[in-house]
Design a protein around this ligand. Sequence first.
Ligand SMILES: Cc1cc2nc3c(=O)[nH]c(=O)nc-3n(C[C@H](O)[C@H](O)[C@H](O)COP(=O)(O)OP(=O)(O)OC[C@H]3O[C@@H](n4cnc5c(N)ncnc54)[C@H](O)[C@@H]3O)c2cc1C
Length: 378
Amino acid sequence: MTGPGRSPLHGDHHTDVVVLGAGLTGCLAAWELARRGRRPIVLEAASVGAGATAADLGHVATGPRLLYVEAIRRWGREAAREAWEVQRENHDRLRELLAALDDDCGYRADGGFLLAEDRTEGEALAESEDTLREDGFSGEFLDHYMLESRFGVQGFAAAYWCAEDAGLDPRRLVAALAAAAEREGARICEGSTVLALESSAAGVSAATERGRVEAGTAFVALEAAAAGLVPFLKGRVTPLPAHWIDVQRDDALPLPSPARTCGGEIAWRVLPGGLRVVRFGGGVTGRPADERLEDFTRRHFAPASPRPGPRGAAVAGKSGDGFPFVGAVPGLNGAVACGYGTFGLGWVALSVRWAVDGLVTGRDAVPARFRASRGAAP
Ligand SMILES: Cc1cc2nc3c(=O)[nH]c(=O)nc-3n(C[C@H](O)[C@H](O)[C@H](O)COP(=O)(O)OP(=O)(O)OC[C@H]3O[C@@H](n4cnc5c(N)ncnc54)[C@H](O)[C@@H]3O)c2cc1C
């Protein structure tokens, strides 16, 4: 995804904002900042979209990682409804971005699926469907029999089709965002790992091996790596390892796609090149994770015995409460947007808008649940 003129940073540079990371978050932030009159310099360790974004399945999901009934039990009904509403608003914002980019990035609003691996999860899905409908979110509950008669899966207790979910191509989106940011005057430096981020007379100083950017503020868009440069995030945003395998299958029946299991451990999507199945969590070594994935595909995507093809690993970033960290944090002249877990596309558009608004206007527009400074000593 290397673009023309994205050479590494050399020498000292001065600008109003330095953006760290050129994934979906950093490229969108650079575009929004540039459109609002700033001149961002983006420092990216590898190349545009090379981080978690490169492995993203492109499932634009509605709802955080909990089932609706579980969210209600934990937070109360009003707060649960609000969390789902935020993702709906984020989805609206994503559609606006695609229109502004004049590129649909493969967007398809065909819904998405949640799959129950046992009866308890199936009952929770059925209960969630009723409550979601009462609260204005549409979808359809599929029991075991309906599921297996329509789709080429076995061994799930039930499923829920979320009518509002969608799919897109994250690699196309990040490439389009980077190009749009550059058209508006942003400069993207690839091969530019930020080694230190410190307060300075100008505001903030970001040092790479061969250069330095002095800027008024920083926008930190490094997902799990953010904790390495922003001390406040240490222990708050932690790595979420993920492994994936590509699977060939010959079943005539379609798969529910894009989809994830209720617990959020496994997700999959039928992509143009075949079926990709991802496992989140489970340690950083590949072998046990691959075995769990192969076992899962054999159990649920038979009868045509699936043939595992290419495989790979990536790292996302997660927070303890499942909500991203957005906006100002103690000790940083600037803002962060990270800790999305498995739902970057479900949060990124609003998170970046809130954080950029804060940088540009000086007013904190981030709702309390998402505020990056939550948990800080008063
Ligand atoms: C396998 C997998 C599948 C996923 N599927 C989905 C999905 O279907 N739907 C969904 O909503 N979300 C999904 N996610 C989550 C989603 O991909 C992420 O939330 C999203 O891509 C995060 O984008 P980002 O720009 O914040 O982070 P990243 O894409 O990780 O970007 C951070 C960038 O920072 C760079 N960087 C790191 N350290 C430094 C440094 N010191 N200096 C400079 N640059 C640095 C990295 O190279 C990287 O390019 C998935 C994640 C994974 C791993």
